[in-house]
Design a protein around this ligand. Structure first.
Ligand code: PLP
Length: 392
């Protein structure tokens, strides 16, 4: 019996998402072709876009655009690099890019690339999972070069902290109205209620495989105003698909699956949330009996993600132990696990390096059951007993 509790890394595709993928496989025409086979594919693509727009609360027939991409990483890169490429800028002093210190590597990485191109990169700290809005204000009031891009994630993938993107966006926009304010909502989609306009952002990313769709699709929302002002331009020349922002023949199987999953999570939002809240309450109760520290954000957080520190046992050791028992969780975040980079999100909790080395991430979905939580906590208890004994 397997117990999958790593839903922030990826999720099991739902039946509806798998069926939509299979149905779309039969619609194999190229959506850009004018003949009937192509137009059938174009119709499915249009329907899918409409569904994603609805799930994101974006009017379908205005100038706002939903661009399909292959993954959240690509959506974030298109927003950031497309903004950097948009305007003719002073090569010596092209401007300032603001991001939070806890961003995913798909935002932090392009920021480092832009630093090499001369941009001034400012990383706003997070304290115990709370975006430091005072630090943002003081950055904005300093004599910095004009802000061209600001990116804030809505939910942190390692701790579940919900960042106050609305206030951050307002602060940036009031000083720099022409800056592109971006939100990485990959971990928030389907778990929090928001729309790009309720957050006051110009661009926003979501990814299919985090919401029980098959992999291979994601979306980037770009507001009508951003397009009108040419604040983002395409960075990948080609056939001009996706309004020119993402050339390349669309992956219709994954896109249709993404739409089916988005429709499902939107319709079942309240029920799913109640289920996860119950599972989280059980998890918290069991962890407190085991005397395990939960790195709980000081502010708002998503019940789906729990960061825990099991002192004295390296996270990889515990992960392998649990995996041997069919219980799957992760260390920090799946992407960070591939690099030796320190986690700024965890550091902001005041964790020492040895504590960070012993930190695990449990991520829940509405597909989990109480049995999964019980199996995890039994595994943790056994792991603590046997791995600490081996050490001693
Ligand atoms: N942004 C956040 C907050 C994430 O957690 C992830 C993936 O874990 C991504 C972006 C990247 O998404 P994708 O895996 O679809 O590239």
């Amino acid at each position: 019996m397997e117990h999958y509790l790593d839903n922030s890394a990826t999720t099991r595709p739902s039946d509806a998402a798998l069926e939509a993928m299979t149905r779309a496989a039969a619609v194999w025409g190229n959506p850009s072709s004018v003949h009937h086979a192509g137009q059938e594919a174009a119709a499915l693509l249009r329907e899918s876009r409409k569904t994603i727009a609805k799930a994101l609360g974006v009017p379908f027939f205005g100038g706002d655009k939903i661009i399909f991409t292959s993954c959240g990483t690509e959506s974030n890169n298109i927003a950031m690099l497309g903004c950097a490429a948009a305007k003719k800028r002073d090569p010596v002093n092209p401007g300032t890019v603001i991001i939070s210190a806890g961003e995913h590597p798909s935002i932090d990485g392009p920021a480092s690339l832009l630093a090499k191109q001369g941009y001034n990169i400012v990383r706003i700290p997070t304290k115990h999972g709370v975006l430091d809005l005072e630090a943002l204000e003081s950055t904005l009031n300093k004599g910095i070069s004009p802000v061209v891009f600001a990116g804030f994630m809505l939910v942190n993938n390692e701790t579940g902290a919900v960042y106050d993107v609305k206030s951050a966006a307002k602060a940036v926009k009031s000083k720099y109205p022409d800056a592109v304010v971006h939100c990485d909502a990959v971990q928030a989609f389907g778990k929090l209620k928001f729309t790009p306009s309720s957050l006051g952002v110009d661009t926003l990313s979501v990814s299919a495989h985090k919401i029980h769709s098959v992999r291979g699709a994601a979306a980037l929302f770009i507001s009508a105003e951003t397009i009108k002002r040419k604040n983002i331009v395409p960075v990948m020349p080609g056939g001009g698909q996706e309004n020119g922002f993402r050339s390349g023949t669309e992956n219709l199987c994954s896109i249709a699956s993404f739409a089916a999953a988005a429709d499902e999570i939107s319709k079942n939002f309240d029920e799913n949330r109640a289920r996860v809240l119950n599972l989280r309450a059980l998890l918290d109760e069991r962890l407190s009996v085991l005397d395990i520290t939960v790195n709980r954000p000081d502010g708002d957080f998503l019940p789906h993600i729990a960061s825990i520190t099991v002192l004295g046992i390296r996270s990889e050791t515990m992960l392998n132990f649990l995996s041997g028992r069919g219980v799957y969780i992760s260390a920090g975040s799946a992407c960070a696990a591939n690099s030796k980079k320190k986690s700024t999100a965890l550091e902001a909790f005041g964790l020492e390096p040895d504590q960070m080395d012993s930190t695990l991430r449990i991520s829940l979905s509405h597909m989990n059951t109480e049995d999964d939580i019980v199996a995890l906590c039994e595994g943790l208890a056994l792991g603590i007993a046997s791995l600490q004994r081996k050490k001693g």
